[in-house]
Design a protein around this ligand. Sequence first.
Ligand SMILES: [Zn+2]
Length: 49
Amino acid sequence: MKVKCKRCGKEWDYTGDKIELLKKYPQYISCPKCNTSVKLNEENKNGKP
Ligand SMILES: [Zn+2]
């Protein structure tokens, strides 16, 4: 799923385990560029604007 960092603007495609966990609880991952916590959400997954 596409993820975008609000801090540095980096976009990348996250393919890890937290996509499954996201169905139950909000999940956070670290931006690979600036290490900020980025929230995963279902909107990203569905590709909505
Ligand atoms: Zn970042």
